[in-house]
Design a protein around this ligand. Structure first.
Ligand code: NAD
Ligand code: IPM
Ligand code: MN
Length: 349
């Protein structure tokens, strides 16, 4: 019996549809039995008819789909970014996708901007909390536009939310044989929320005596990621810090066009997307690197019980990097679709 899965597809804005189209070529080659449904969501739709995220679509994603494959959201014509907030953050919050899993894995040493670092040195995963922190929109503006204006953005940390992401990070480390955990916060300045992180981290770490658990303030984490990335195996942090350190991590692994991610709630529908955005500066020029989308598809396969397909994809991507079969931002000469041609050629061998 073929193991069909139902996948919701959202190209989104800018280069989102370009890279998702390439990811789908890989999906068609590896799992033609998968059932895809495309959703017209993003800035064009919003500007056309005011729709951001219909509630019935969110319910269908939750009830009917195995995974969501998303490009990027963000468009200069929608400066408020309201559609991205309702679609992407909407999915993260309403589908309770509390793990944002972002691997920082250098696949080819020539692509690393750090001196004398190889693939074994840049190889860790970030567990970014994905449902609370500074992203909930709790707060408000008072006397907007006046000299007396007040703007409050509140950081929400719940015991449940903090504990489940820290636990997920330890469980992952345990399952994958990792022995080094690092939690990053800013507890020296943020004494309420991040003190909670400290206490919960210590409590969960005590259950994993074989995992060496350390703590770094997030400012030091950014320095250490550049100075000595080999010290990290699993990093766990909050929503905003995770957003920032994973763009830094993307550059360590070669570039933002190489960073894939999963927005995961284990056992339920989860969302896979590149870490990069809609890149309005290169849209329509066939310059977008499709590999982050293709690596995100790989992560989706693992989530759907096919880690063998993620491994195949990683091998093909590594080959492209080693032979400079890449787009211009990585020093190559290939167009977006030509990079995928190479991936498909490798997958067919
Ligand atoms: P960005 O990631 O879109 O672009 C940053 C730089 O990286 C640009 O120079 C861009 O050309 C380059 N780049 C990004 N992806 C690339 C790729 N695949 N291949 C080659 N080069 C690539 O970040 P930004 O400019 O800050 O954001 C643009 C828009 O995207 C904003 O509206 C932002 O909010 C949104 N955004 C969305 C997501 C998402 O949907 N997950 C993520 C990040 C940013
Ligand atoms: C990401 C993006 C989003 C985030 C934006 C588009 C809201 O930067 O997925 O990394 O901050 O989470
Ligand atoms: Mn980001």
């Amino acid at each position: 019996m073929s193991d069909s899965k139902k996948i919701a597809v959202v190209g989104g804005d800018g280069i989102g549809p370009e890279v998702i189209a390439e990811g789908l070529r890989v999906l068609d080659a590896l799992t033609p039995e998968y059932d895809l449904e495309h959703f017209d969501l993003g800035a064009d739709r919003y500007l056309r008819d005011g729709t951001t995220m219909p509630s019935e679509v969110m319910e269908r994603w939750r009830d009917e789909f195995d995974a969501i494959f998303l490009g990027a959201l963000g468009d200069p014509r929608v400066p408020s970014n309201v559609h991205a907030k309702e679609i992407l953050l909407g999915a993260r919050f309403q589908l309770d996708l509390y793990i944002n899993l972002r691997p920082i894995r250098l696949l080819d040493p020539s692509k690393c901007p750090l001196k004398d670092k190889g693939c074994e040195d840049v190889n860790f995963v970030v567990f970014r909390e994905n449902t609370e922190g500074l992203y909930t929109g709790i707060g408000g503006q008072f006397k907007r536009g006046t000299l007396d204006e007040v703007a409050i953005e509140q950081e929400m940390n719940t015991r449940k939310g903090v504990e489940r992401i820290i636990r997920a990070a330890f469980e992952y480390a345990d399952l994958h044989g990792h022995t080094k955990m690092c939690m990053a916060d800013k507890a020296n300045a943020m004494r309420h929320g991040h003190d909670l992180w400290q206490r919960v981290y210590k409590m969960v770490a005590a259950e994993y005596p074989n995992i060496e658990s350390k703590h770094l303030y997030v400012d030091v984490l950014t320095m250490e990621m550049v100075r000595c990335p080999e010290q990290f195996e699993v990093v766990v942090t909050n929503n905003l810090f995770g957003d920032i350190v994973t763009d830094l991590g993307a550059i360590l692994q070669g570039g933002i066009g190489l960073a894939g991610s999963g927005n995961i709630n284990p056992g339920t529908v989860s969302l896979f997307e590149p870490v990069h955005g809609s890149a309005p500066d290169i849209v329509g020029q066939e310059k977008a690197n499709p590999l982050a989308a293709i690596l995100s598809l790989g992560m989706m396969y693992t989530h759907l019980g096919r880690p063998d397909l993620e491994s195949k994809i990683s091998v093909a991507v590594r080959h492209c990097l080693e032979h400079n079969l890449v787009t211009p931002e990585l020093g190559g000469t290939l167009k977006t679709s030509e990079v995928t041609d190479e991936v498909l050629r490798l997958l067919a061998l």
